[in-house]
Write a protein that binds this ligand. Structure first.
Ligand SMILES: [Fe+2]
Length: 177
């Protein structure tokens, strides 16, 4: 078996691509991944941080209580102010799904004892539950040495074949409807 290096993407159910794209760009600073017209048609893909989110279109999203994914936030206070400014509610209990509280918790955010992790929950327009986390103690290597997450200001991305998207648009021009 090969060692697994990281989780590459998660796939979420969505009912409206435009709405999803707009929301993730505005609320979480997601970046649309342009794969060319043919692949873009297959699914909406975008990048947040170093990971990717891919989507499955469905007319009716099946909500499963407590199922969620979590994303690491670089500046916690800045993120919460941003959520306030764009009018996205966040809560420690995600509508009562998660409890109980510790001494440092409030109704909007909590702290975990072991890592000092800050956490809160938001929902995307389809109800997908997203946990936001921040780790003040940072990351460490397997030997316990402090390591940084990424050094690229805009985060790393997976290398795409050179010219792939440009060629894809030339072979199959976007239809204007
Ligand atoms: Fe979680």
């Amino acid at each position: 078996m090969s060692k697994i290096s990281m989780i590459h993407h998660i796939n979420i159910q969505i009912s409206d691509r435009e709405r999803t794209r707009e929301w993730y760009e505005r609320v979480l600073g997601a970046q649309f991944l342009d794969r060319g017209p043919k692949l873009n048609q297959r699914q909406l893909q975008f990048r947040i941080g170093t990971g990717e989110i891919h989507t499955s279109d469905t007319p009716e999203v099946i909500e499963v209580p407590r199922v969620h994914f979590a994303i690491e936030v670089e500046d916690w206070d800045k993120m919460l102010s941003h959520l306030d400014s764009v009018g996205v509610d966040y809560s420690r209990t995600a509508g009562g799904s998660f409890g109980p509280r510790t001494a440092d918790d409030d109704s909007q955010q909590g702290r975990r004892e072991d890592t000092g992790e800050h956490y809160t929950y938001i929902n995307d327009p389809d109800g997908n539950l997203i946990e936001l986390v921040y780790h003040p103690l940072g990351l460490q290597s397997s030997e316990g040495a402090e390591v940084g997450l990424v050094t690229d200001a805009d985060n790393v991305r997976w290398t795409q074949q050179s010219g792939f998207v440009e060629d894809a648009y030339q072979v199959e021009p976007v239809k204007s409807s």
